[in-house]
Design a protein around this ligand. Structure first.
Ligand SMILES: C[S@@+](CC[C@H](N)C(=O)[O-])C[C@H]1O[C@@H](n2cnc3c(N)ncnc32)[C@H](O)[C@@H]1O
Ligand code: SF4
Ligand code: SF4
Length: 420
């Protein structure tokens, strides 16, 4: 069959095209798959018989040329892939594949890339990997329409992720990076949160030793900026250990100057760099994992007694910000530690104090819950959600590793019912 397809093309003398097609579809699983793809692209092939080399070049560059011209605009993908999320998330000093499309927990992720010799190579690898990912998303959806289930090579993990949905992605796709996420390690932190392993990573953190790797990261971001690869209205996230005590924080603040930025901070220190960004960018905010509503529980969760200091620092950010609601909270719910009514009422009071009406509710994602642990989490979440609802506070349940049924159970049973 392969010979037949190739032969069918050669009479037109399109030797170059033939090579491209062979290369292009060599990853197809079966001859049937290949035939379906060739049929679907017969219109493009017809046009290419005119030996329009500019289009041939575009095919060669990647898969965009052929797919952008086709009618496949609706397919399964996600915002991170289509809007070119550029997440530097992980250790940069050990050759790790630290550049990713997201920080979700659905391995294998579509792509992860280590820092290359040069900034150009790193960016090229990133965009190439993204292009291949999009091509696979389109190909899989196209084959599905023909009743063929194709084996995913790049997006196998994505297919399990709740963010992977069918939509008219071709219309939303951007050529520019729309989100830069910086969770660069090694980075320092002075807290000892019970659920976090940043402390372990930081043993032996040496700024001088890490600086060469940071320079590599800074080069990549500078080049991407210089070459206008990052959208002007891109969102930035800064979550490098504890940014307010990071020895290279000024360099990071320079990158996010004038940009909508989310700062993950423990709030132990009030930082003028963060404050300035909030003041100048109404879209910027702080996301603080308070995980408690009382000083006692805060100390248990964070390993340090700083509840009042943190709340005062948040008062100051609020006073100097661009709008109410720029300080936002998270609650990592850990049954046995922070699942009691006084903490639930305390977090509600704190949110009212800082005029913020939306909280992220999540769990310790390091824990592989047993059945009992999961049930304890669900029970605690129902109670917390009930308290939030009775105070008209909005919430998002994220990364909680439970089924949709359990998720709905939390939402449904939290409606009214018994007081906790
Ligand atoms: C690693 S911290 C770094 C930024 C900053 N120090 C902070 O605490 O926000 C980034 C985020 O990861 C979250 N995090 C860390 N370990 C976690 C875990 N085991 N489960 C859930 N969230 C976790 C923290 O709550 C925080 O919101
Ligand atoms: S579908 Fe999920 S795992 Fe895949 S890139 Fe998007 S957010 Fe990440
Ligand atoms: S403050 Fe942030 S980085 Fe530090 S230990 Fe807590 S979660 Fe980890």
């Amino acid at each position: 069959m392969l010979r037949k397809i190739i032969k069918a093309i050669t009479p037109y003398g399109l030797i170059r095209l033939r090579q491209i097609i062979i290369q292009h579809y060599r990853n197809s699983e079966t001859i049937e798959e290949m035939q379906v793809i060739i049929d679907a692209h017969s219109k493009q092939l017809e046009e290419l018989k005119g030996l329009d080399y500019s289009r041939v070049e575009r095919l060669e560059e990647g898969l965009d040329g052929i797919y952008l011209d086709s009618d496949i605009s609706e397919y399964e993908s996600c915002q991170n892939i289509e809007e070119a999320w550029f997440a530097i998330n992980g250790r940069i000093d050990q050759g790790d594949e630290c550049i990713k499309a997201c920080c979700e927990w659905y391995p294998p992720y579509p792509y992860f890339i280590s820092l290359q010799e040069t900034a150009e190579e790193t960016l090229k690898k990133f965009f190439d990997a993204r292009k291949r990912t999009i091509a696979e998303c389109m190909k899989a959806s196209m084959l599905k329409r023909q009743g063929i289930e194709s084996k995913r090579k790049i997006t196998e993990g994505c297919a399990k992720c709740p963010f992977f949905t069918k939509a008219k992605w071709a219309e939303r796709r951007t050529d520019l990076i729309k989100h830069v996420y910086l969770a660069v390690y090694p980075s320092p932190c002075q807290s000892k949160c019970v659920y976090c392993n940043v402390g372990e990573w930081m043993r032996g953190f040496n700024v001088a030793e890490s600086k060469i790797y940071y320079e590599k990261v800074f080069e990549v971001i500078s080049l991407a900026k210089e070459k206008n690869m990052i959208a002007d209205d891109a969102n930035w996230t800064v979550a490098c250990g504890e940014i307010t005590i990071h020895p290279l924080k000024e360099r990071i603040y320079d990158f996010v100057r004038g940009q909508a930025t989310k700062f993950y901070t423990n709030g132990f220190v009030y930082d003028e760099g963060v404050a300035e960004n909030l003041r100048l960018n109404p879209r910027s905010d702080i996301l603080l994992s308070l995980d408690s509503g009382t000083p006692e529980t805060f100390a248990k969760m964070k390993g340090v007694d700083k509840f009042d200091v943190v709340l005062k620092n948040m008062d100051e950010y609020c006073e100097n910000g661009a709008r109410p609601g720029q300080v936002r909270y998270k609650y990592i719910l850990m049954p046995g530690l922070n699942d009691n009514l006084s903490d639930y009422e305390g977090i509600v009071q704190t949110m009212k104090r800082h005029e913020t009406n939306n909280i992220i509710l999540t769990r310790d994602y390091r824990r592989d819950s047993t059945y009992e642990e999961k049930q304890a989490f669900i029970y605690a979440a129902k109670q917390l959600v009930r308290v939030l609802r009775s105070n008209d506070i909005d919430f998002h349940l994220v990364e909680i590793g439970i089924t949709n049924k359990e998720f709905n159970e939390i939402l449904d049973n939290a409606e009214g019912g018994e007081p906790c």
